[in-house]
Design a protein around this ligand. Structure first.
Ligand SMILES: Nc1nc2c(ncn2[C@@H]2O[C@H](COP(=O)(O)OP(=O)(O)OP(=O)(O)O)[C@@H](O)[C@H]2O)c(=O)[nH]1
Ligand SMILES: [Mg+2]
Length: 196
């Protein structure tokens, strides 16, 4: 059988949640700029150029919607914490993300991506606290796990989890470039979207 999510295809970009139509179920990826959201999406879809990956932070500036199966969406959100750009633009980004996160009843899970090596930043904490307060389901994914030295992997996983008040097993540990954790994450997303 074909792998789930392999058929992900880009549908639309929006600057406002009001521009989005309805779907049956959706999951979203958030995280600070450059944390690897688009790369993870590509890895999950087994495609190299589905979502645009860039060395320049702030590449993804709109709500990008990808479709899999019948009316199932995977949504790539613009990264937060991008230092560049005018202040007014940053305020627009936060409004865009908040509007999306609070405006979708079909949203089943928010995957919050945190850099495995750097650990949760102040902005990551703010995002996670905000999601918990808004009672939105969230799952932490530590990205770029290949950047953590093999001898540090276990300890780092424990530290990142503890920093967020979680157990190590609560965090998905992934590397888009090496493929670590991608199969499990793909299954998790497919199961949430009921496309398994
Ligand atoms: N070593 C390593 N680098 C990665 C991994 N995933 C992404 N990167 C690199 O990190 C950089 C940013 O990746 P993106 O996927 O564009 O990050 P993003 O979160 O979508 O960034 P914005 O769209 O700017 O918010 C790129 O240079 C990627 O090649 C990974 O698993 N391991
Ligand atoms: Mg991106």
């Amino acid at each position: 059988m074909a792998q789930p999510l392999h058929d992900l295809k880009f549908v639309t970009s929006a600057s406002d949640v009001k521009q989005l139509g309805v779907c049956h179920a959706e999951v979203a990826f958030v995280g600070r700029s450059n944390v690897g959201k688009s790369s993870l999406l590509n890895a999950l879809a087994m495609q190299t150029q589905l979502a645009r990956v860039s060395k320049t932070p702030g590449r993804t500036r709109l709500i990008n919607v990808f479709l899999t199966g019948p009316d199932r969406w995977v949504v790539d959100l613009p990264g937060y914490g991008y230092a560049g750009g005018p202040k007014a633009e940053k305020a627009t980004w936060s409004a865009m993300i908040e509007g999306y996160l609070t405006g979708r009843r079909t949203l089943r899970m928010v995957f919050v991506l945190v850099d495995a090596q750097v650990g949760p930043t102040k902005l990551d904490h703010q995002m996670i606290d905000w999601l918990r307060h808004a009672e939105l389901p969230c799952r932490i994914v530590a990205t770029k796990a290949d950047q953590v030295k093999p001898s540090r992997q276990l300890a780092q996983r424990r530290d990142v989890a503890a920093d967020l008040g979680l157990a190590p097993g609560d965090i998905a540990w992934a590397s888009s470039s090496k493929g670590t954790g991608i199969v499990d994450l793909r299954k998790e997303v497919a199961s949430l979207l009921e496309v398994l």
